[in-house]
Design a protein around this ligand. Structure first.
Ligand code: SAM
Length: 216
């Protein structure tokens, strides 16, 4: 499928208005969850003041909103779930950042030319939702002027078993959505080929968190 805004992999159906509203409410009430806090803290440690942010698959918006609270200058949020985009838009409005965030229904993996560079590019728990890792990670890395922050499932037998069980459950419920354990080394290789090197690595539950910096 070659479409810049339609959702492959059943993404728009799985991330529906009910889930989006629930996550938006949870963020307003409790802030980011543990993996979200871990990636936000790691980015802030490497400097966010004045930075432009591109978040791909921003969900209910919590991460880029936290980066704006920490001093980022503006953010673009690309997503394939209209429900998540609406939730992120409402959260931005509620927190007074409406004019600093652009929300777009857009698939960077199918149309990368339509997306501008940013100082900091973020993909939190997105790579595992998309079947074609390189098509997603390459344009993200190319557009990162300074930092690229990624979280993806760590390579471990129990993660592999968990994702297989999740996919079996999705198949049984006739969902089109599937999760993917893309090999972390392949992700590192794609990012390295685009001029960025890892400067931070940590784990939060099933998630591996890596911050890359542009080398030159
Ligand atoms: C598991 S959710 C994570 C949401 C949020 N980042 C978080 O951690 O709470 C995955 C998100 O990635 C989005 N997504 C997946 N592939 C995408 C793509 N190619 N372009 C834009 N968004 C994408 C989905 O629509 C969804 O919002």
């Amino acid at each position: 499928m070659n479409c810049r805004c339609c959702a492959p992999n059943g993404l728009d159906k799985i991330f529906d208005p009910r889930i989006a509203r629930r996550e938006a409410k949870a963020y307003l009430k409790k802030g980011l969850d543990q993996p979200g806090r871990a990636i936000a803290d790691a980015i802030k440690e490497h400097g966010i003041a004045g930075a432009s942010v591109l978040e791909i698959g921003g969900g209910a918006g919590g991460l880029h909103l936290e980066l704006l609270k920490a001093g980022a200058s503006r953010a673009v949020d690309l997503d394939l779930s209209p429900a998540y985009l609406e939730a992120a838009r409402q959260n931005a409005e509620q927190l007074g950042f409406k004019d600093l965030v652009e929300h777009r229904l857009h698939n960077i993996a199918e149309d990368a030319d339509g997306v501008a560079e940013a100082d900091v590019v973020v993909m939190n728990r997105v790579v595992c939702c998309y079947p074609h890792m390189e098509r997603l990670v390459r344009p993200a890395a190319e557009r990162a002027r300074r930092l690229l922050a990624l979280t993806f499932p760590r390579e471990a037998w129990w993660v592999r078993v968990g994702l297989r069980m999740m996919n079996a459950g999705l198949w049984l419920t006739r969902s089109d959505f599937r999760t993917y354990l893309h090999p972390p080394q392949a992700i590192f290789d794609v990012v390295a080929a685009n001029g960025l090197s890892p400067i931070h690595q940590s784990f939060s539950g099933v998630w591996q968190i890596v911050i890359f910096r542009r080398s030159v």
